[in-house]
Design a protein around this ligand. Structure first.
Ligand code: HEM
Length: 501
């Protein structure tokens, strides 16, 4: 009997001490969680471990903008275990990204960034520092070595094939996504690799599809879970392991494709005849200016592909959705083009000054439907003081471009699609520094000039040749809000009817 009682007492002792220990641990974790570093920017505290994640909707940039109204333009957020800050307002964006560009030029370690980064680090996902600076300088010089004129010629050439593909649809409803992505990928290929590919080239189609799938994967809810609770990536069972593995497989297929193109260039390389960006790279490699990049690493070229294809193609899809929904805007674009170019004139960048309404429409599309509402995340590379707040090294940073584009202090009726807001009283186009889809500072988009040229010429060609309508038979027609938010904000799939004018 005594032995029985003794066992019970011991068991109860164990139970009480375990509960006590767990309670202490939870208290300690909660205390650690709620303790902010001294002088840290204000912001919502969220829940222990999960931080503010349970509060976030599918539009985190809109949630952040609501918190900005409570806490001010510089807010701190716990996202899972990670500490983030969010920067709002034009002045603060310039102060941090331009004035303190050295401190704000890093990129964080995030799941898909780590997968895409490769051995050399590349440009887009590079964590920052001297390796990034060297590759960015090379990328920037290589792009500049192509005159605007040359890039323009390649874009116009590609748009001929593109228009033909659209004409081949003969006014039947179709999804334009694949054509826009192929066109954007081809424009990049002709500048970077010196060649384009046919729209029905099997291998190229597969690569373009892989690229699109990468963005779909990055927009998947699982990516959000793995990004903010990265330990789950090491779980050796689905869906965690399969999610990461699919991304790796797709990227390695694209890498292999690029590697082959570089090898072909290497075998026909002539330093007196530099044909494209790859040749520029081989020249540098020969001169041993870039000795730290392993010869088999194609990260830099993969970056151009990832950064330059889906962004431009999705921006154009938003553009077409906007003019399909706003037929009055489409009509004004067409009237202007008819006056300046007629139905058969070949458009060029020189026509820009005579096409103010087209320029205003494009700027409105980039404001209203920026595919990069939170730019790309940055990382603080050294401790820094901003407006009296202390931001420790390695803090992760969101730049809320969406809030700038919808700021009621800057824009009247920001929720309306109104190209006219970018015209002055004489009907001349007014460039706005507050429309910033390419971001600013040391890490601003390297392809801005090319993307702007591509979007301008593509919109002019489409408006000149086609009438764009939503599919009248679509039971669930797309709206301005039919988008999915992930690495970039892309429109959901929709069909268009495009009749020849
Ligand atoms: C409409 C189309 C595009 C948009 C909206 C866009 C936007 C952006 C944004 C927001 C960033 C991040 C900037 C930051 O960290 O602050 C970026 C980076 C970058 N973009 Fe673009 N981009 C577009 C097209 C292109 C094209 C066509 C290319 C290639 C030719 C390109 C190449 C790059 C590169 C290489 C970076 C990385 C820069 C770095 O980290 O140093 N982008 N882009």
């Amino acid at each position: 009997m005594d032995l029985f009682r003794y066992r019970w007492v011991t068991l109860l002792d164990y139970a009480f001490s375990t509960v006590g220990l767990v309670t202490c641990l939870i208290c300690l974790m909660t205390w650690l969680w709620y303790r902010k570093p001294p002088n840290y920017p204000p912001g919502p505290r969220g829940f222990p471990i999960l931080g503010v994640l349970p509060y976030l909707s599918q539009y985190p940039e809109r949630d952040f903008a609501k918190w900005k109204k409570i806490y001010g333009p510089l807010i701190s957020l716990p996202m899972g275990w990670q500490k983030w800050i969010v920067i709002h307002d034009y002045d603060l964006i310039i102060e941090t990204l331009v004035k303190y560009s050295e401190q704000f030029h890093g990129r964080p370690h995030l799941l898909f960034y780590d997968i895409a980064r490769g051995k050399s680090g590349g440009i887009v996902f590079n964590i920052g520092g001297p390796k990034w600076k060297r590759q960015r300088q090379f990328g920037s010089a290589a792009m500049k070595s192509f005159s605007k004129q040359k890039i323009e010629t390649r874009i116009i050439e590609e748009l001929r094939y593109f228009s033909q593909e659209i004409q081949n649809q003969k006014g039947k409803p179709f999804n334009i996504q694949q054509f826009l992505t192929t066109s954007a990928a081809n424009i990049l290929c002709s500048v970077v690799f010196g060649r384009r590919f046919d729209y029905d080239d099997e291998k190229f189609r597969e690569i373009v599809k892989n690229l699109g799938d990468q963005f779909k994967l990055a927009s998947h809810w699982m990516t959000m879970v793995l990004t903010f609770v990265p330990t789950l990536c090491y779980a050796p069972f689905p869906p965690f392991s399969t999610h990461v593995e699919s991304s790796r497989k797709q990227l390695s297929a694209i890498n292999e494709y690029i590697r082959q193109i570089i090898e072909e260039h290497r075998s026909s390389f002539d330093q007196n005849d530099i044909r494209d960006v790859v040749d520029q790279y081989l020249l540098k490699e020969l001169e041993e200016i870039e000795p730290n990049i392993p010869k088999d690493d194609v990260g830099l070229f993969l970056d151009f592909f990832i950064a330059g294809t889906e962004t431009t193609a999705s921006s154009m899809r938003w553009a077409l959705l906007c003019v399909a929904i706003k037929q009055d805007v489409q009509r004004k674009c067409q009237e202007e083009i008819d006056k300046v170019l007629g139905r058969d004139g070949v458009p060029s960048m020189a026509h820009r000054s005579n096409l103010p309404y087209i320029c205003a429409t494009l700027q409105e599309i980039l404001r209203f439907k920026a595919v990069t509402p939170l730019a790309l995340p940055r990382r603080v590379t050294q401790d820094v003081e901003i407006r009296g707040y202390h931001i420790p090294k390695d803090t992760k940073v969101f730049i809320n471009l969406w809030q700038l584009h919808y700021d009621e202090a800057i824009w009247k009726d920001p929720w309306e699609f109104k190209p006219e807001r970018h015209l002055d009283d004489d009907g001349c186009f007014r460039h706005s520094k507050h429309v910033m889809p390419f971001s600013v500072g040391a890490r601003a988009c390297l392809g801005e000039q090319m993307a702007r040229m591509e979007m301008f010429l593509t919109l002019v060609v489409i408006m000149q040749k086609f009438l764009v309508r939503l599919n009248p038979a679509d039971p669930d027609p797309p709206t301005f809000d039919s988008g999915t938010n992930g690495t970039i904000y892309i429109p959901k799939a929709f069909d268009l009817v495009m009749d020849t004018r």
